[in-house]
Design a protein. Structure first.
Length: 188
């Protein structure tokens, strides 16, 4: 498959704080999009995060919203119109676990490129699916089903690095991030 420059598509980025750490989510927006498309993508992400309110830690907070047009590397401030609800999920007592626990939404573009983004600051909800296969289905955690449906059905469609529409898989992966584990070991 062809390689694409990181700035081949537009990008919309959220920087947030969860579990006492700062993270970011970057979504790719189709080439030729105008500012209102980036604002709509930010609103879509807020709605998705609101679908996950019961799972998001109470300290989960948006820090900044930014966008960058294709073929550019300068991110500019963005103001979404939706309101992010406060998370109601309690963080684990172990701060290292709160920082390192990640859920990834995964998909593939119509032209075959892989796509994924991670959300930190979500409670594990239940240990049963993690022990089984580290994959969460909508039947196990309905909030993830709502979020996946939103990804696939709410405009604007997100694109892969190839600028083709992404179809999101009907599950979310859970993984403990190695970077955050290493930092916890150093500080602990």
């Amino acid at each position: 498959m062809a390689d694409f420059a990181p700035n081949f598509t537009g990008r919309m980025r959220l920087r947030y704080r969860a579990g006492t750490a700062t993270h970011s989510i970057t979504w790719r927006i189709a080439r030729g999009s105008v500012l209102s498309n980036y604002e709509a993508a930010a609103d879509k992400l807020i709605l998705l995060l609101n679908d996950l309110t019961a799972l998001r830690y109470t300290d989960w907070a948006a820090l900044s919203w930014e966008y960058c047009f294709e073929d550019d590397d300068v991110f500019l401030p963005l103001t979404p119109s939706e309101t992010l609800a406060a998370g109601t999920g309690g963080p684990p007592s172990a701060v290292g676990v709160a920082k390192a626990n990640a859920f990834s939404f995964v998909g593939r573009s119509l032209d075959g490129q892989k796509a994924k983004f991670f959300v930190y600051g979500l409670s594990r909800y239940s240990e049963s699916y993690i022990i089984d296969n580290f994959r969460v289905t909508p039947s196990e955690v309905p909030q993830f089903g709502l979020a996946i449906t939103r990804l696939n059905e709410t405009s604007p469609a997100l694109v892969g690095s190839d600028n083709a529409t992404v179809v999101w898989y009907p599950y979310v992966n859970q993984k403990t991030n190695d970077h955050w584990v290493a930092l916890a070991r150093i500080s602990g």
